[in-house]
Design a protein around this ligand. Sequence first.
Ligand code: HEM
Length: 485
Amino acid sequence: CFWVRNLALKKRLPGPFAWPLVGNAMQLGQMPHITFAKLAKRYGNVYQIRLGSSDIVVLNGDAAIRKALLQHSIEFAGRPNFVSFQSVSGGTGMAFTSYSKQWKMHRKIAQSTIRAFSSANSQTKKSFEKHIAAEAEEMIETFLRLSSNDQYFNPSHELTIAAANIICALCFGKRYGHNDLEFRTVLGNVSKFGETVGAGSLVDVMPWLQSFPNPVRSVFQSFKALNKDFFTFVKGKVVEHRQSYDPEVTRDMSDAFIGVIDQADTETGLTEAHTEGTVSDLIGAGLDTVSTALNWMLLLLVKHPSIQTKLQEEIDKTVGRDRLPSIEDRSNLAYLDAFIYETMRFTSFVPVTIPHSTTADVTIEGLHIPKDTVVFINQWSVNHDPQKWHDPHIFNPSRFLDDTGALDKDLTNGVMIFSIGKRRCIGDQIAKVEVFLIAAMLLHQLTFENDPSQDLSLNCSYGLTLKPFDYKISAKPRGSVFNGA
Ligand code: HEM
């Protein structure tokens, strides 16, 4: 029963003393992932904290996380039934719903549809690449415009629009102009999403915070509003697709989901609402993550001008100045790939995964964890483990290159940013293609410079993604290929 299970949890798992009512909430600090890693030094890689009324197990380090998520994959594949999760994608997505037979089918459909529209054959690969290149070209023009007359600009909004347009092109067959008012409004708030669903967010573990005015309640209220607006936007587009749907012609991923999910047998439990939920999940998941990756990349380029120069030299040598880079160049641009892996490792910009929960009792490293326990998975601790990485706090892309200058695949596989196991990100491949091609094109065409009036820091805000504080840069042209200049 519940009490016996709880007693077992308390007796067996190590962890810090938990205060009444709040538990360890006041000890998390501004950067909970770093606090979790510090606690692991004291209590081991698997320990328990308490947040409000919830006992939570925190997993740290490569070995414990791999053991849990790969060897006990089903037991760790659940999601907690947090109130905030119910607001996401109208409650009918698959990213924030728990493990079940229906969820397995739902995830499989989402996964195979992404593949069908991005990498299934050379034609889909080309068409996906074209969408990305079009966004990168527009971004180059926008950055140059924003840099005219020696101005400096913050790139984050343009990066969000570009990432949104790429995933919208896959889902809806069209992109939206940078001036589309509805699109801009919906996107304006999306970056706030991660504040509420990141590990350590308090509204789910202290429901009483909703009953009187306080900062947590107001963040939660805006979270609900932004999810509603976002879902309404996506649903409207899917409904338009449904009205003009022709089973003979699959125009985009929305059509593909309408074909598979709308028409699914009733015993699958999947309905039209799940079609809308799936599209909303993919757009939401593919937007903030990719734009945050690009945001960190630009910041690190201006922070390390010599690395930027080395990247440009590699690109110029491989691609030349007569054409733009393409995805086929990837195998010859090892230093650029190394730079991207180092950006992911060093920033660990998804420091803790979306919270998991246990679907059954499970024992790991001799410690018993009962069914329905919330589990935080600290990816940052894997990427900053001094046993695994030499000087983990130093940004050094060359760490991923071997003596011949080739990418060391064992090392790149050691970076954990897309999680592993049953809940592993299903957009990892398309994300890597997006980030690679955009980075290659930007570096081929532009040189980024720091605003000398600002003291460039790597400080960031915590949430599902770590976001750098606002910074300003300028972009200088390197001689445009597409204008023939
Ligand atoms: C889940 C990372 C891009 C779709 C996740 C998770 C992480 C992650 C850490 C949670 C895994 C867990 O809970 O254990 C990233 C990063 C990205 C990225 C770092 C970009 C650099 C994308 C893109 C898409 C996508 C482009 C889709 C088009 C999803 C979905 C889930 C997910 C649907 C939920 C999976 C599930 O609950 O089973 N991602 N992601 N992601 N991601 Fe990504």
